[in-house]
Design a protein around this ligand. Sequence first.
Ligand SMILES: [Zn+2]
Length: 361
Amino acid sequence: MAAPPILTTHSAVTPAFVARLPKVELHVHLEGSLTPDTVLRFARRNGLGLPANTAEELRAHYTFTSLSDFIRVYLMCAGTLRTPLDFAEATTEFLAFQATQNVRYVEAFVAPKLHVANGADVDTILTMIVDAAAESYPQTGVRLGLIVDVGRLYGADLSVPLARAAVRHQNRGVVGIGLGGDEASGPPSLWRESFALARDGGLHLTSHGGEIGGPEYVWSAIRDLGVERIGHAVAAVRDPVLIRHLVEQRIGLELCPQSNVQIGVVSSLQEHPFGVFREAGALVTVNTDDPAIFANPLNDEYLAVAQAFALSPHDLCQLSLNAVDASFLATPDKALLRGEMISDMNAALASIGWPPLPLSA
Ligand SMILES: [Zn+2]
C-alpha cells in the first residue's frame, strides 16, 4: 500500500490550483477595473484628454503612496465613463475578466456621484450595467450583484437620491449600497439617512471602514449605519472588543490585502491583520478592490495571501466559501452556489492529491 501523501500547508497551493478554485468576490470597484486600454478607448471616444497616449504611459501614472494619490488615479480612470454604451462595455469587460479568475458570483461597486456630475443619469447607469450583466451571463457564467456606492466624494447630501435610485433597481440586480472613498471626509454617521432609506427599501448594506480611519469608524458603520459587512477593516485589529463583536455578529470582512500594501495602509502582506482576524474566527474574505489599477487579479490575491499566511488548499477553499456566506445572495441561492462550488473544489483538490473538504465545510 502506498504511503499517504505528506500534507504540507502551502507547497500544494500552486497557481494552477488557485486558478481552478471557484471563487466569489465581494469588494471590487467597476471603475477600478477599467483596464488602461479601456480607459484610453473611452477617453478617445468621448473626446477627453489624458496625460498618456498608450497603456504603458498610462500605467506609469499608477504610482501611489497614500489613499489620496490612489483616488487621483481612480478619478482619472472613472472620469472616462460617460455614455450609456461605456457603462455597458465596461460591465461586459469586467465580467469577462472575472471569468478568467474563475469567479462565479461578484458583488461590485459602482459610484454614480462622479458620473452624475459629468452629466450621466443614475437610472440609465444602473440599467446599462445590470442589462449588460444579464446579457453576458451565458458567455461568462459570472453573476453580478451590483452595490451602489453612495460615496464620501462630494459629501453626504447627494447620497440620499442615490440610495433611492438603488432601491428602485433592487429587483433588477442591485443588491445593496456601500460607502467608499476617503474616511477623512467624515464619520459614517453622516450617511445615516441614506443607509436607513436603503435598509427600509430592502437592500443590504456595507461600508468601507478602518482603511484610513480608526476603529471608531468601523464601530460607527456598524452602529450608525447597520452594515452587514465592512470593507478593509484594517484598523479593527487595534480594538479587541471590536474584533470580538465582528466575530460574534458574523460581520463579513471584505479584506483587500494587496490594495492596503500598495497605498501604504500596512507595510507588507505579513503585517496585514488577515491572520489575526482569521485566527479570531472572523468571517474573512479576500478581494482585489481595484484590480486594473493595483494589477492584482483575484488569483494573484489568493496566491499572495496563501504564501504570506501559509494557507493550505483546504484553507483557501474555506476562504472562498466564506465569501458565499458573507454575500448578499438570498439563502437558497447561497446554498445552491455553495453546493456547486464545493463539488468543483473537491475536483480541484483531487487534482493535487488532496482529500475532499470535510462535510462540515
Ligand atoms: Zn474599495
